[in-house]
Design a protein around this ligand. Structure first.
Ligand code: COA
Ligand code: ZN
Length: 331
């Protein structure tokens, strides 16, 4: 068995979707040069991610970090088994993404009115009408649509979010927009495992044929626990960011997405097949600090995988001899 295949469990398939080059890099003040972004996406493709949200086709004034979206999508090497997705906020973004041959458009709205108005400057109904236009453009071009519902597990302004209301929005996305996938986003890390299990089960029961993705942030340390709860409840797709990057550097307490290599490491140990080549993924994440100018949260980059062993102390034999001299019966 090669070193890398050790990290592929033989059990249930779980699809890991990388969002670091979009959700992560959009929050960074440093502009990562285009050739480095291309190299990172290529490294992530080689590391076995099922889907990569490569970039966002948004206003370059709003998010200068991703102003090279066209060039990145043009220059990456596409692996046939990887879905290359892009976030689009409007029809203009959809046209740019389609022209750049994105495999999938990721549309965004919030499950709560306060967050939608604050973030997107529209009511939810206005956003939904906009998404319908974008979905029509995508359908015309034969490109798949995923809708990400922000604040599906809690809103920083409204607090608890009624899961029946979240499921109603999911229903409209699937049935009215024809979305092939829906992502339930825990935008500010408010989700907790029992809640995640309940919403996952309800979604799976109603739309068994729709791709369901769970998108957790690790803001309150519940990221991995939420992933495990969702898995037990029937989910098989998760967004995550390599290095654990993401989160606005200026917002107090903000934090990144769950960390791809932490999830891949834990799930492989538990026997799931994530398709991930962990050493390759770690090599990609290890390039991030030099590119973004600061340390990354990833515990696996810091500590190494579980069985990366350390040598015994140099004077180990002397320690043993001294211990046995004190108490020979301890041998
Ligand atoms: N691609 C490129 N430029 C775009 C664009 C797109 N998809 N959408 C809008 N723009 C440009 C417009 O051309 C205009 O530019 P100008 O000022 O030079 O004329 C400017 O952005 C404002 O456009 P307008 O039509 O008034 O849109 P808006 O102000 O309602 O735009 C957004 C809102 C959401 C499209 C824009 O603010 C944006 O892209 N924000 C980023 C949202 C995001 O990615 N958030 C994080 C992920 S959830
Ligand atoms: Zn997010």
């Amino acid at each position: 068995m090669s070193a890398s295949s050790v990290w592929r469990g033989a059990g249930r398939r779980v699809y890991l979707q990388e969002v670091g080059t979009r959700d992560g890099l959009q929050a960074e003040s440093a502009f990562v040069p285009t050739p480095d972004k291309v190299a990172l996406v290529d490294a992530l493709s080689a590391a076995g991610l099922a889907k990569i949200e490569v970039t966002a086709f948004v206003s370059p004034k709003a998010i200068p970090a991703l102003r090279d979206a066209e060039q990145v999508l043009r220059e990456i090497r596409r692996a046939p088994e990887v879905v290359y997705s892009a976030l689009v906020p409007n029809v203009r973004g959809a046209e740019r993404a389609i022209e750049s041959r994105a495999d999938e458009l990721n549309l965004v709205m919030s499950a709560t009115e306060s967050h939608n108005l604050s973030n997107l400057r529209m009511t939810r109904e206005q956003s939904f009408a906009g998404l319908a236009e974008v979905a029509a453009v995508a359908r015309g071009a034969g490109v798949a649509v995923n809708v990400s519902l922000s604040c599906a597990f809690g809103c920083p302004m409204e607090g608890d979010v009624d899961s029946a209301g979240v499921l109603d929005w999911c229903g409209r996305c699937v049935e009215q927009l024809g979305a092939h996938g829906v992502t339930l986003c825990d935008t500010t890390g408010m989700a907790y495992p029992t809640q995640v299990a309940q919403l996952t089960e309800a979604f799976r029961a109603r739309w068994p044929g729709t791709e369901l993705t769970l998108h957790f942030h690790n803001t309150r340390g519940m990221g991995l626990a939420n992933v495990l709860a969702a898995l037990d409840a029937g989910a098989d797709r998760f967004d995550a960011s390599f290095g654990g990057i993401g989160g606005c550097p200026y917002a107090p307490g903000a934090s990144g997405n769950v960390c791809t290599e932490e999830i891949a490491h834990a799930l492989a140990l538990m026997g799931y097949d994530t398709g991930i080549d962990l050493p390759r993924l770690l090599a990609a994440a290890a390039r991030l600090p030099a590119l973004i100018g600061h340390d990354i949260p990833s515990q696996i980059v810091k500590a190494g995988p579980r069985l990366d062993l350390h040598p015994r102390p140099a004077d180990f034999e002397a320690i043993r001899e001294r211990a046995l001299a004190r108490d020979p019966a301890g041998a």
